[in-house]
Design a protein around this ligand. Structure first.
Ligand code: ADP
Ligand code: MG
Ligand code: ZN
Length: 497
């Protein structure tokens, strides 16, 4: 399972081999041949254990570091907060039970590799004073029927036994790569084994009881929640999903601080600058930046890690990441223009409506604008609908205006805009007036929606063109800072006007 355990075995075997050798030599002072034989077979065993993971992993091995806390995770403030809130029910289980709150059985952490999902799960175990067992979805996939399912059952049993042994009242089972184990059943993989394994997991989760002496919580991690079998996401199973995003600039600075804390850093190292240069890096990549820089420093026979080495190391990690820097820069500028336009139009339509905007990739979207929620509103006026259409169209129009052409990043926006236009039409708020929608031919409906969108596009294009300089300036600030609160954004708009 993890390398630490494996090398531990390796050490024991090595020690064993040395002792055996010593005894052997003491017994009979022989020629060199058997010594060489012993050494080489020892080396062979060591190689097998170390490199092949021979005889190591059965799912559900214990992690060694049992007091890893949320403080050692950089950025991820939102994810940490959401996770802690969910866990508080587990910590205050007595109070929760008295209020009749259904016990939380599963939490799904969704996000790109290396963003800290495993770390969050470990910290969750410390926070709730639980034992921590971890495994990966692929551990359960075997050629032999029934093996996966029985591994699931033994994993849950092991978690309870372990907790009892350590006198703890909670256990957290962490399943990495949930999508391998929990992909939709009846897919064309034609493999009963997957289904049996998934069913076993569902049965175990359904069997988790509030009043069991050991409270068990399953934390799953995946980058593709959309692939999961819907049965997994039903209430009482993984009914809480927490998004674990790539870190923003502040987050990256925090992560860099964590991973340079125990290293001798030179005075010229400015984490702010480094955070700025590492947009799009995951926590794991930032950890490698710090580590690589230390290696380069050692190689150069220097005593402290300086800015130069850190920058060299960033380039090195970037090379490995196969993302070309110029393409990334262009893309970020495009996203900044796009999101700024959404936000500006949103402010025009309704002052104070922007809550936050960011160009750090979030989930599947590149950029992100959060507006004051309007969900509670049941009725939308004509102006509300038109305003929504304008905000949605603004991103693409600004891309065309500033960058000469649009991109595929606006697909979702166009869907939103045409949905709103359809509602406008069907509610009798278009210039066709009140109409019987049943009587409306499909082609007329299509044309009418198109007309509405075309009119709003023309309007927004004209308005954005009139403030082009302000738009560009504000977008440059967003590109620089990556993420802005609504308040900061409004101040910037004023300042750039
Ligand atoms: P995931 O499970 O999301 O793939 P991990 O939690 O396994 O990512 O992270 C891998 C490594 O990357 C960690 O051991 C840590 O060194 C580093 N890392 C990732 N995210 C963070 C973070 N938010 N703060 C500090 N270190 C991180
Ligand atoms: Mg991981
Ligand atoms: Zn958009």
């Amino acid at each position: 399972m993890n390398r630490a355990d494996r090398s531990h075995y390796g050490k024991e075997i090595a020690v064993g081999a040395v002792v055996a050798l010593a005894l052997f030599l003491a017994w009979k002072w022989l020629s060199l041949m058997p010594v060489l034989f012993l050494l080489s077979s020892g080396a062979l065993i060591y190689f097998l254990v170390e490199k092949q993971g021979f005889g190591s992993s059965s799912p559900g091995e214990r992690a060694n570091d049992s007091n890893f806390t949320f403080d050692e995770i950089g950025g991820q403030e939102v994810a940490k907060q959401e996770l802690k809130e969910a866990l508080d029910f587990m910590v205050q289980s007595q109070a929760a039970r008295e209020l009749g709150i259904r016990a939380l059985k599963g939490i799904l952490l969704c996000g790109l590799p290396g963003t800290g999902k495993t770390l969050l799960a470990k910290a969750a175990a410390t926070y709730t004073d639980s034992v921590f067992l971890s495994c990966a979805g692929s551990d359960f996939i075997e050629v032999y029927a029934g093996v996966g399912a029985s591994r699931v059952r033994s994993l849950f049993k092991k978690a309870r036994d372990q907790a009892k042994k350590e006198n703890k009242t909670g256990a957290i089972v962490f399943i990495d790569e949930m999508d391998v184990l929990g992909a939709q059943r009846g897919g064309n993989r034609g493999h009963m084994e997957y289904e049996q394994t998934l069913n076993a997991l569902l049965v175990e989760m359904d069997g988790l009881k509030d009043d069991h002496p050991v409270r068990l919580l399953v934390i799953g991690a995946t980058n593709r929640p959309d692939l999961l079998d819907p049965a997994l996401l039903r209430p009482g199973r993984f009914d809480r999903q927490i998004q674990v995003d790539l870190p923003d600039r502040e987050g990256r600075k925090h992560i860099l601080a964590i991973h340079t804390r125990n290293k001798p850093m030179a005075d010229d190292v400015d984490l702010d600058v480094l955070a700025q240069e590492t947009i799009g890096f995951s926590g794991a990549q930032l950890e490698s930046v710090a580590n690589e820089a230390a290696i380069l420093t050692l190689r150069a026979q220097e005593q402290t890690i300086n800015l130069e080495r850190m920058k060299e190391s960033i380039e090195k990690v970037l090379l490995g990441a196969s993302r070309d820097r110029r393409a990334l820069d262009e893309e970020l500028w495009r996203v900044a223009v796009h999101e700024t336009a959404h936000a500006m139009v949103s402010e025009w339509e309704q002052k104070g409506s922007v809550v936050r905007l960011t160009i750090s990739p979030r989930g599947r979207a590149l950029g992100y604008l959060r507006q004051v929620p309007t969900e509670e509103r049941i009725l939308d006026t004509r102006n509300d609908l038109l305003g929504g259409i304008r905000v949605a169209l603004a991103g693409l129009i600004a891309e065309e205006l500033i960058l000469g052409q649009g991109s595929t990043g606006a697909q979702q926006d166009l869907r939103v805009a045409s949905d709103l236009a359809r509602r406008l039409l069907l509610s009798g708020l278009s210039h066709l007036g009140p109409i019987d929608t049943a009587e409306l031919p499909e082609t007329v409906r299509f044309q009418e929606i198109q007309k509405i969108l075309a009119a709003e596009t023309a309007l927004i294009r004209e308005r954005l063109a009139a403030v082009r300089a302000q738009l560009e300036k504000t977008a440059r600030h967003l590109r620089e800072r990556e993420s802005l609160s609504g308040q900061d954004f409004r101040a910037l708009m004023e300042q750039c006007a």
